[in-house]
Design a protein around this ligand. Structure first.
Ligand SMILES: Cc1cc2nc3c(=O)[nH]c(=O)nc-3n(C[C@H](O)[C@H](O)[C@H](O)COP(=O)(O)O)c2cc1C
Length: 215
């Protein structure tokens, strides 16, 4: 467990942890379940009965999920997108290259991460109007972030990943998730961190993103 830290520090230092995950140290079942119990306190549109968390420690299943993740990565990379203007912001370029190298590390080592947590919601959003899609996603996303914050408070590192969802149906069949009724929201790799000190990172100035009374 981390020495007690303030809410502000927890909220500003819960980073995407990839290269600093300890791949050799197991994570106790009770700690994962405590993080999930904390996550269940997050807001939902109705109640928490629709939320489920599939916790994967089986090496064969983690391997299979990592394979799907890598396929998803390739699919994502090959998506057509508009030609990007060469950025003039060198700080942003440096950040992108740091995040890219970190994400590649996770892609290559995902199967070795001690625990994969797959948060799910018992609904499917395909074809729903935006308001109903928002209701579903907003009933799981805050819980996932709470899980990540709680994990950080216990000395664990996490990151939010989604690329296996290109092949969600295959992941559902690996994990016996009833695909027609239950949607996977993410795949959160979880492990103890090497060292416990994490820093906040530069973001856009608040003045650039806040719109008081009008955009
Ligand atoms: C919707 C979403 C999808 C993401 N997908 C991935 C992913 O597939 N792989 C990955 O390594 N990180 C993924 N991330 C993590 C972001 O890349 C991470 O938040 C970003 O690197 C910022 O890192 P920081 O916490 O160090 O500021 C995702 C985050 C979000 C919110």
């Amino acid at each position: 467990m981390q020495p007690s830290i303030s809410a502000r520090e927890l909220l500003t230092t819960t980073r995407a942890v990839r290269k600093r995950l300890d791949l050799t140290r197991p994570v106790e079942r009770e700690v994962i379940e405590e993080c999930i119990a904390i996550a269940q306190q997050a807001p939902t549109s109705a109640n928490t009965e629709n939320q489920h968390f599939v916790v994967v420690t089986d090496p064969i299943k983690k391997n299979a999920l990592a394979e799907l993740f890598r396929r998803g990565w390739q699919t994502y990379v090959n998506l057509p997108r508009p030609a990007s203007n060469k950025s003039e912001d060198s700080r942003r370029d440096a950040t992108q290259s740091r995040v890219g190298s970190s994400a590649e590390y996770l892609r290559d080592h995902l199967q070795e991460v001690p625990v994969h947590v797959i948060p799910c919601i018992a609904s499917r959003t395909e074809g729903m109007p935006t308001v109903m899609q928002s209701e579903v996603w907003s009933s799981i996303a805050p819980a996932v972030w709470s899980f990540m914050l709680a994990a950080h408070s216990f000395g664990l590192g996490t990151s939010w990943t989604i690329l296996h969802l290109f092949y969600e149906k295959e992941a559902a069949s690996i994990l016996n998730i009833p695909y027609k009724e239950v949607m996977q929201a993410a795949l959160i790799p979880v492990g103890y961190t090497k060292g416990i000190h994490f820093k906040s990172v530069p973001r856009e100035p608040v003045s650039k993103v806040v719109h008081w009374n009008s955009w």
